[in-house]
Design a protein around this ligand. Structure first.
Ligand code: FAD
Length: 537
C-alpha cells in the first residue's frame, strides 16, 4: 500500500473530499483507486476560524509500484510500513522454566500477553486485587476516606493507568511499530476502533476496566497464570543471577527470568531492590499542582467558534514555560472533561492525579502544572527522591486538614499569595474534598516562584488560563519514578543482576500507558530470546 501523509482538509469537509484529495495528489483517475483507509486523523487548530483536519491515509491502487517510483522524492508519498507484529521467538517444546512478571500494569500486562502468545506461560505476580474488587476499594477511598494500601489508584490489576484518562499516545521512538500491536490488542479486548486512527486516542476509565479483564482471560487461556494479592517482598540473587522471589506470605517461586514492572509507587519494593544490591540511580522528575478550569472555557480558547464540534471533542492543551530561575514548568497528563483524583497509596499522604471517562463530558478540564526537579534538589543517594516525594505528600495531608482532603487555592489567590476566603465559579472535582489554603507552603520556594511566573505566561497561549476562579489542588508528586533501575541496552537485563528485567515506568523506561505497554513488549521479547539461548546451550 501507499501511505499519503499530511493531507489537509477543512473541518467541515464532505464525505467525498478524502477520496478526491487522494486522486488529486496522486493524479490518477478514480478507476485506479482500489481502496483506502485512514491510518491517522489529527487536526491543526492554530487558526481557530479555519481548523484543518490532517490525514495520514493508506491507499491501494492498481499501479502502486509506478506511483512509488514517480513520487520517489515526495515527502508525503511513501510505502506503507509493515504494521503486523512478528513474534521474535517461540517457547521450546519442553519449557523447563516459566518466566515471572512482577506487576500487572500496562507494562506487565503486555509483557505477559506477548510471552503467553509466544508460548512461555508466564506467571504474573500482582500485589493488588483483580480490577472489579480494586474499583470498589478505590472508589471507597474517594467516597469514605478508607484507604487500602494494597488496592488503590496505584496498585491492582491494570496498574496505575486503570483509573485514568486512558490517553494512549506517546512520544517514544517506535520504529518497530509496537504501538500498533498495543492498539490492536486493546481493540481486540473491546476498545473503540477509533483508537486505531485518531491522533490522540483515549479510552477512559470504565472501558479500561473491561479491557483489562479480557486481556487477563487471554493470558490464562494461553497457559499463563495471574496471581493477585501476591506482593513480592524479596528477590533471590545468587552470584549476580536472579533465581526467584519470596512473596509477602512467605511462599517462594523460582525463575531465572523475572521482569520487574512495578510502577512508580512501589516504594517498599524499590527499597528492597536497593538493599539486595540491584543497581539503582536517582533520576529527575517533576512536582506541582493540578489546575482546573471549566472545560467550556478551554474549548473556547482553543477552538473559538468551533468549540463543541463533535470531531474535535473536548479540547486539550500542552504548555511549557522556561522560567527566569532556570526551571521549566509544563502541563502534564491533561484530562479534558475529567476529574481530579486522590492518588495516594500510602497512609496520611495526599497526592493528586486526573482521570476521565470515554465521553470526557465532566464539567472541568484538569491538568498537572509541574516543575522539573533533579537529584541536586534532593541529594542523598539513589532513593532520596522518594523521601522528597513523601515529605511533600505528608505536608499536603496536613495542609488539607489531616483527613485526606487536599489543599487547594484559587489561581487569583495563588498569584497574589493569599488564602482565598471562598471558591469562585470553578467547582472542585477532587474527592474526597478540598480545603482552601495558601499553597505557597506546599512546595519549595523555587517551585512556587516558577509556577507563579508560568501561569500568566500560559494565559498568553490559552486565554483565561490565569482566570482568578481557576483552581489549584495539591500536590502532584508522582509524575514519574524518582529512580532508574539501570539495564543493559541490548539484553535489557539489570546491569548487575542477570535475569532481572527492569521494565516500565517504575524502572524509569516509560512515562504513560502507551510507552509502558511498548516497553512490556520489548521486555517480553528480550526474556524469550534469553530463555531460548539458555535452553540451547
Ligand atoms: P503501573 O501501571 O504502575 O503498574 C505497576 C503494577 O505493579 C501495579 O499494579 C502494582 O500493584 C504492581 N506492583 C508494585 N509493586 C509490586 C510488588 N512488590 N509485587 C507485585 N506487584 C507489585 N498515562 C497515560 O498514558 N495516559 C493517561 O491518561 C494517564 N492517566 C493517569 C491517571 C492516573 C490517576 C494515574 C495514577 C496515572 C495515569 N497515567 C496515565 C500514567 C500511567 O498510568 C502509567 O504511566 C502506567 O500505568 C505505567 O505502567 P507500568 O505498567 O509501568 O506501571
Amino acid at each position: 500500500m501507499i501511505r499519503l501523509s499530511n493531507i489537509q482538509l477543512p473541518l467541515d469537509h464532505d464525505a467525498s473530499a478524502v477520496e478526491n484529495a487522494i486522486l488529486s495528489m496522486l493524479d490518477i483517475p478514480a478507476e485506479k483507486l482500489v481502496s483506502f483507509n485512514v491510518f491517522r486523523r489529527g487536526y491543526d487548530a492554530r487558526k481557530k476560524t479555519n481548523i484543518m483536519l490532517i490525514y495520514t491515509l493508506d491507499v491501494e491502487t492498481t499501479c502502486n509500484d509506478d506511483l512509488l517510483s514517480q513520487f520517489a522524492d515526495h515527502q508525503q508519498v511513501k510505502v506503507t510500513p509493515d504494521l503486523d507484529y512478528h513474534p521474535v521467538a517461540h517457547a521450546p517444546v519442553t519449557l523447563t522454566e516459566r518466566p515471572i512478571v512482577i506487576g500487572f500494569g500496562p507494562c506487565g500486562l503486555l509483557a505477559a500477553l506477548v510471552l503467553a502468545q509466544m508460548g512461555y506461560k508466564p506467571i504474573v505476580l500482582e500485589r493488588g486485587k483483580e480490577v472489579r474488587e480494586r474499583t470498589k476499594d478505590t472508589f471507597g477511598f474517594w467516597r469514605k476516606k478508607i484507604l487500602n494500601t494494597e488496592s488503590n489508584v496505584q496498585f491492582g490489576e491494570g496498574g496505575a493507568g486503570t483509573f485514568s484518562d486512558g490517553k494512549l499516545y506517546s512520544q517514544v521512538k517506535d520504529p518497530k511499530q509496537y504501538s500498533r500491536k498495543v492498539l490492536n490488542e486493546f481493540v481486540a479486548a473491546g476498545a473503540p476502533d477509533e483508537i486505531l486512527y485518531v491522533s490522540k486516542p483515549h479510552i477512559g476509565t470504565f472501558k479500561l476496566v473491561a479491557m483489562v479483564e479480557k486481556m487477563r482471560a487471554q493470558i490464562i487461556q494461553l497457559g499463563g497464570e495471574i496471581r493477585f494479592s501476591c506482593r513480592v517482598d524479596d528477590l533471590h540473587i545468587e552470584d549476580g543471577q536472579v533465581t526467584g522471589v519470596t512473596l509477602a506470605d512467605g511462599e517462594q517461586l523460582h525463575s531465572k527470568h523475572i521482569a520487574i514492572a512495578i510502577g512508580h509507587s512501589a516504594r517498599d519494593t524499590f527499597e528492597m531492590l536497593h538493599e539486595k544490591g540491584v543497581y539503582i540511580e536517582a533520576k529527575p522528575f517533576s512536582v506541582g499542582f493540578r489546575i482546573e478550569h471549566e472545560q467550556s472555557s478551554i474549548d473556547k480558547a482553543r477552538f473559538g467558534p468551533n468549540a463543541g464540534n463533535e470531531i474535535l471533542g473536548a479540547a486539550d492543551y500542552k504548555l511549557v514555560h522556561h522560567c527566569k530561575n532556570g526551571r521549566s514548568v509544563y502541563s502534564f497528563c491533561m484530562c479534558p472533561g475529567g476529574t481530579v483524583v486522590a492518588a495516594t497509596s500510602e497512609e496520611n499522604r495526599v497526592v493528586t492525579n486526573g482521570m476521565s471517562q470515554y465521553s470526557r463530558n465532566e464539567r472541568n478540564a484538569n491538568s498537572a502544572i509541574v516543575v522539573g526537579i533533579d537529584p541536586s534538589d534532593y541529594p542523598g543517594g539513589p532513593l532520596a527522591g522518594i523521601e522528597f516525594q513523601r515529605k511533600l505528600e505528608s505536608l499536603a495531608y496536613e495542609l488539607g486538614g489531616s483527613n485526606y482532603d487536599a489543599p487547594a487555592q484559587t489561581v487569583g489567590a495563588f498569584l497574589r499569595n493569599e488564602t482565598p476566603k471562598s471558591l469562585g465559579t470553578v467547582e472542585p472535582s477532587f474527592k474526597p474534598g478540598i480545603k482552601l489554603t495558601n499553597l505557597a507552603d506546599a512546595l519549595p520556594d523555587f517551585c512556587i516562584e516558577a509556577i507563579r511566573e508560568a501561569i500568566p505566561a500560559f494565559n498568553k497561549k490559552i486565554r483565561g488560563f490565569a482566570f482568578d476562579d481557576a483552581l489549584l489542588t495539591g500536590v502532584e508528586t508522582r509524575t514519574s519514578a524518582p529512580i532508574n533501575i539501570k539495564r543493559d541496552n541490548d539484553s535489557l537485563e539489570s546491569i548487575n543482576t542477570k535475569g532481572l528485567f527492569p521494565a516500565g515506568e517504575g524502572a524509569g523506561y516509560a512515562g504513560g500507558i502507551m510507552s509502558a505497554a511498548i516497553d512490556g513488549i520489548k521486555i517480553a521479547e528480550a526474556m524469550a530470546l534469553s530463555i531460548n539461548t539458555k535452553a540451547s546451550v
